[in-house]
Design a protein around this ligand. Structure first.
Ligand code: SF4
Length: 459
């Protein structure tokens, strides 16, 4: 079985990965990878934050166990999305077929939990035995009266990026346009690729409210099914740090004539730049003027708050190891804090991302395509870095080597987006560097000091 349109989704024309080497899109799947790897994982990353929907995984229980627990995507209301529903296919189901079990599971969830919709995720095993989950979903939808949406991204079809793209395609083809908003405004936008990790969205939404811009659809952090379904009425979509969902932004443009802008909310310069790009595309002169004044006021207010921390962080050097848009947007945020980034990773980055990262790093900066823990440590030592800023996977690589560390990936516990997020980032970097533990662990242990003393006495 193959994912319909998989080839087209890999070759998405708006994707900035080089056509000859679309490494992030084409990367071979990594079955069993515990924190990210397969297409199914990528699809859940994009869809599970829809908080009032039920998310049912049709497959062995281990698929669900792999994927979702470590992500910190928050909801301000329903918590149904946090319940991991699975058909838990066993050997018997594989031999006898699991379609009936899937049908019964959908009816049970609909009856017991009253979700606004059900997303049913196909995984490798039922895809290999050729189960027709689309027909099961149709039948169950007729019976329950709920939208029951198949997500055709079994792990073996490709990478996490491809899975996210399948999720975007699923929203475009099966969800968006199925509901109408109660009202529309001239400044309705859809936020795409913002997953509300550690509540980051809640630092951004008040900014839009102050400017008079309405976020009609949150896709999908702290999202609700109905609002996602109304995205076709947005005047503009804003694609945040997510090249993987560019097919959704492109699709909205193609189908409904909704233009899109891309950007990031990491750092002052990027936040201000993105806000101005948004209002310029919305095209209202008064709104543009208001946004200019607002960004200037917020810049001086934020810099004032940051002043004492920036003095301490000035000139500190970091190695950054994260992927995609974060490869440059976090550099920009760290530079806002007066720090120097000496290396960044370009994994999953597009050509535009790499060019931006190069420009921000300067001539002496190092671009890493892939580096092992040992190579990262070597770089920290040889280039005199003060800390490593990366994802959770590298946390213990740094800590065991007594190097200050900060997690900026999806497992992070605090939001770093927007003006408030930058202040939080500054505080966390400052705390990581100033932690008294570094002084203690870098001193010789008492027994080492004693041995050194004895040796000296013998001499
Ligand atoms: S979908 Fe396939 S590759 Fe992904 S976790 Fe399940 S079995 Fe593994």
């Amino acid at each position: 079985m193959a994912v319909p349109r998989a080839k087209e989704l890999i070759n998405e024309p708006s994707c900035g990965h080089k056509q000859k080497d679309k490494a992030a899109c084409r990367k071979a799947p990594e079955p069993g990878s515990s924190s990210g790897g397969c297409a199914f994982d990528g699809a859940t990353i994009a869809l599970v934050p829809i908080a009032d929907a039920a998310h049912l995984v049709h497959g062995p229980i281990a698929c669900w166990g792999n994927a979702w627990g470590s992500r910190n995507s928050l909801s301000s209301g329903p918590s149904l999305y946090r319940t991991a529903f699975t058909t838990d296919l066993s050997e018997n189901d594989i031999v006898m077929g699991g379609e009936e079990k899937l049908f019964r599971a959908i009816l049970e969830i609909a009856g017991r939990y009253s979700p606004k919709a059900l997303f049913v995720y196909l995984t490798c095993v039922p895809a290999s035995t050729g189960e027709d989950i689309e027909s099961v979903c149709k039948k169950a939808s007729r019976k329950t009266g709920l939208p029951v949406i198949p997500v055709m991204a079994p792990g073996f079809v490709g990478s996490k990026v491809l899975g996210t793209r399948v999720a975007g395609d699923t929203l475009l083809r099966r969800v968006i346009g199925t509901r109408e908003p109660k009202e529309t405004t001239p400044f309705d936008i859809a936020l795409i690729g913002e997953y509300n990790v550690s509540g980051e969205l809640w630092d951004i939404l008040p900014v839009f409210t102050k400017l008079g811009i309405r976020v009609l659809s949150k896709i999908t952090g702290d999202g609700r099914f109905e609002e996602v379904a109304t995205a076709h009425r947005a005047k503009l979509s804003v694609l945040i740090c997510s090249n993987a969902l560019i097919n959704l932004a492109g699709g909205l443009e193609e189908r409904y004539g909704i233009p899109f802008v891309e950007g990031s909310f990491f750092g002052l310069k990027e936040t201000n730049g993105l806000l101005l790009r948004i209002v310029e595309r919305l095209g209202d002169a008064a709104l543009i003027e208001k946004t200019r004044a607002f960004t200037q006021a917020m810049t001086s207010q934020t810099l004032q708050t940051l002043e004492p921390i920036r003095k301490r962080l000035f000139g500190k050097r970091a190695v950054l190891y994260t992927g995609g848009v974060k490869s440059w947007s976090v550099i920009s945020a760290l530079k806002d804090l007066g720090m120097e980034v000496i290396a960044t990773s370009t994994r999953k980055s597009t050509e535009q991302d790499i060019a931006k990262a190069k420009e921000l790093l300067g001539d002496r900066g190092v671009l890493l395509t892939r580096a092992s823990g040992g190579e990262l440590l070597e770089l920290v030592r040889t280039r005199g870095a003060d800390m490593l800023i990366a994802g959770g996977r590298n946390q213990y690589v740094a800590l065991k080597s007594r190097i200050p560390f900060l997690d900026v990936n999806q497992e992070r516990m605090r939001g770093y987006a927007g003006y408030k997020g930058l202040i939080r980032l500054a505080k966390d970097v400052d705390r990581a560097l100033a932690n008294p533990v570094w002084r203690l662990v870098l001193e010789p242990a008492p027994w080492e000091a004693a041995v050194a003393g004895e040796l000296a006495a013998e001499v």
